[in-house]
Structures are given as structure tokens and as C-alpha cells.
Write a protein that binds this ligand. Sequence first.
Ligand SMILES: *[C@@H]1O[C@H](CO)[C@@H](O)[C@H](O)[C@H]1NC(C)=O
Ligand SMILES: *[C@@H]1O[C@H](CO)[C@@H](O)[C@H](O)[C@H]1NC(C)=O
Ligand SMILES: *[C@@H]1O[C@H](CO)[C@@H](O)[C@H](O)[C@H]1NC(C)=O
Ligand SMILES: *[C@@H]1O[C@H](CO)[C@@H](O)[C@H](O)[C@H]1NC(C)=O
Length: 440
Amino acid sequence: MRTATGPLLLCSLLNVVSATGQVTELEPEFLAPLENHTVTQGRDVYFTCIVNHLSTYKVAWIKSDSKAILAIHTHMVAQNPRLSVTHNGHNTWMLHVSNVQKNDSGTYMCQINTDPMRSQMGNLEVVIPPDILNDNESTESGGSMAVEGGTVKLKCHATGVPEPSVLWRREDSRNLVLRHEGGREKQVVRSYDGDTLVLNNIQRSDMGPYLCIASNNVPPSVSKRFVVKVHFHPLIRVSNQLVAAPMSSDVVVQCYVEASPRAMNHWMRDETGEKLPPSDKYIMTETVLNEYSLLMNLTIRSLEKKDFGNYVCTSSNSLGKAEGIVRLQELHLTVKSTSTASTPKYIDVKSRKQQHKEKSKKWKRPKGRKEASEYGDAEEDQEVTTVALPELQTPVASQTATPASTRTPLWILHSNAAVGFSIGDPITLGLISLYCLCRQ
Ligand SMILES: *[C@@H]1O[C@H](CO)[C@@H](O)[C@H](O)[C@H]1NC(C)=O
Ligand SMILES: *[C@@H]1O[C@H](CO)[C@@H](O)[C@H](O)[C@H]1NC(C)=O
Ligand SMILES: *[C@@H]1O[C@H](CO)[C@@H](O)[C@H](O)[C@H]1NC(C)=O
Ligand SMILES: *[C@@H]1O[C@H](CO)[C@@H](O)[C@H](O)[C@H]1NC(C)=O
């Protein structure tokens, strides 16, 4: 029996007569399950609860792990300004969570106060993109610098939810070389997984920028850059220890330098020991090849008698000093337009170079890829200057003893100088530099 009071009358409209003839009230029912959400911290999210036949019952939102009642109908219970509830006036209730925080994760329940109560649940997972802490613990044992043979330890402390994984690689995509302490074994890898990268027995070729990259599948991934420096005593190599050029020509002498930290590089005359100043006479250039190697060029212009002799290149840094010597000797040209017998042979630069390359294999230190990189691949890059032949390693005594006119020297024309003249022509030697490959 029902009394016809206002609200109940309304409710009775929802009643139907069952097959048995009894009046049955339709129970509230959920029309769709509560969604699960994975949300990045700081974003907004909402749960949608759709209920039919709610009747006089109420929809409440509960955080089921803490059992805290968040809201009843449209009335907020929780004192949390980031939470709110909306109702569309019909069958849909929404719980909004704005600026989601880590502690918002958990299970949310949409509950109806029937007896027994009805509810459905949805999960909120809050994820946080990776971050790398900028602490000063990140580089240990003297930071990212070590003397060659020492150890550099780089550390990347990453945070994020879920916990990020850390990967290391070199910025220029060269391989990482992991050497065992005190041992000879080494591992060459493209990348290394782990918080801490330890570079034992570090070599100059390990120098350069490294990246640690933290990722946890929540974009964006982050990286931190470490510049690894390896310090060592300077090293100089001279590929062309003997350079011959005629009077009044210009000539280039060159030294290959490896040094770190950055060195002061100079040219000197052997005889005076004085630093050569840059001038119209002497033009110095340095071509940087990589973090620790460069080529020093000295151009000596309009050669005069006094310019022949030894030139010394020096490189000094806090760990020491190195020097190399280039001997510049006069080239006596004996070109006569009538005589073919004493005419020097001019050789095609290209084929001569190739010939040289083949020859040079015999005496250059054998090197695999790894060794080549330790020398900055400089030899491979310097086509014109690699005219040193085995004979030129200790050439001075025997050659100066032989009068130039009795030899049949072979010449190499500096690549830029191979401009129109042919055998027998009078040669203008203005800007043409000639390298003597004076083979006996
Ligand atoms: C939400 O996740 C729970 C457990 O992870 C799962 O049982 C439920 O089916 C998911 N709900 C939806 C709507 O996918
Ligand atoms: C959740 O974290 C936010 C900020 O991180 C804080 O303001 C709030 O009080 C925390 N709420 C609870 C229930 O711990
Ligand atoms: C970081 O460096 C500052 C000063 O440079 C120092 O005061 C602080 O203690 C250091 N922190 C750690 C964790 O080493
Ligand atoms: C240095 O000299 C070589 C020839 O010895 C030349 O090929 C190169 O271009 C020179 N570099 C500079 C920067 O002058």
C-alpha cells in the first residue's frame, strides 16, 4: 500500500506491474562500466557514471583505497579544490579531477545507496614523464675529466612514474668503449643501459659528448649531456719531414698535433729558437680535426736563401710539450728547353698519389679501424701532405751530399698548381709549390 505523498507518487510512475501482478520497483542499474584512466600528472580527467532508474537513491563517489567519500549527488564532501562533480540533469554523473597529482591514483567508485549498495569501480593511474636530477653528484671521481688511463664515472639520476630506464650513448653516435679496469679486454657497444657509466682506462678517442637518456614510455624522454675530457701529453707527428721548394716560391710545411687540454702551438726556426710571428712572410693556420687533434700549417712566402733550414713546430699544454721538425731545402731547378735528358719528369698528381698510397702501406704502422680513430684518421684525410716516403724518414744526409743536378728527381705538383704548362716550357714559379720526392 502506498500513500500518495508527493515524492513517492513521482516514484510510483517508475513502477511496473510484474507478471505475477505484484507492483515491483525497478532497481537502479549502471548502463556502462566505469572507465580506467592513465593520465599524465598535471592533466585533467573525469569518470562518468551512468545510472538508470535511480529513483530516490543517490549517486556517491568514493575513493575506494582510502574509503573517503568524495561527493554525494552534486554535493562535494572532500575538501579538495581539484575535485568536482557534475550531473547532466538526467542519468549521468561525472567526477572531475583537475591537475591530477600522483596521490590521486587509485580506485574510484561510483556507488548507489541501495541495500545492499551497488557500485562500480574504475582505476586512475597517474604517470609522470622522466626527469633527470641536476645534482652535483652526477659526476664522480674528478668530474667528467680524467688523465688518459684514468677513470670517468658519469651518473644520471632519473625520476618518473613508472620508474624510467637510463641508457647512455655518444652524441656523435660513435661506439662506446668499455674497458675493464687494469685489463686489456674491452667491449664496444652502441649504447649502455644503467644509471652509471664507468669509463675505465680512458683513452683520448673516448673524448667528446655523452648523453644519458631517461625514458619510461611517458613522453617526452629527457636526456642530459656530459662532455668527457681526457688530458694527455701533446703529441706531434710530421708526415713530411723534408720539403724541397725552389727560390721565390711559396711553400707549406705542416705538423699534426694531438693535445688535451688545448695546447699553445708555435712555429720556430731551429737556428734561432724564436717564435715566428705571423706576417706577410709567415702565414699560420690551424685546422681542427676533432676534440683533440689539429693540423698546423705554416706557409712561407717568397722563399729566399735564408728561409731554407729547419722549422720546428711545438705544442705545449699543462701536461707537457712536444715538437716536430720539418727540413726545408732548396730545390735547384735545371730545366732547359733544349734538353730532354735533364728535364724532370712531371707526374700526374693523381696517379702518383695512388702509387704513394700503395707504397706507404709498407711502412705506415698497421692499423685497424680502432687505431685509426685513435689517430684522428688524419693520415687518411691528408692527401697532399702524405708524400713522405720511407726514404724520407732519414733523408737529409744522403740527399744533401748529392748535387741536385745529378739526380733525376720526381716532382709532385701541389694540387692547386697544376696549371697549364708542359714539359719544355719555361716555368714561372710564382705561386707554384713543388714537393720533391727526391728518390735516389
Ligand atoms: C579496469 O581495470 C580493471 C583491472 O585492471 C579491469 O578488471 C577492468 O575490466 C577495467 N575496466 C575497463 C572498463 O576496462
Ligand atoms: C596530494 O598531493 C598534493 C600535491 O602534491 C597535495 O597538495 C595534497 O594535499 C595531497 N593529497 C593527499 C590526500 O595527500
Ligand atoms: C652541491 O654543490 C654545492 C656547492 O657547489 C654544495 O654546497 C652542496 O653541498 C653540493 N651538494 C651535494 C649533494 O653534493
Ligand atoms: C694546409 O696545408 C695543406 C697542404 O700541405 C693544404 O692542403 C691545406 O689546405 C692547408 N690548410 C690550410 C688551412 O691552409
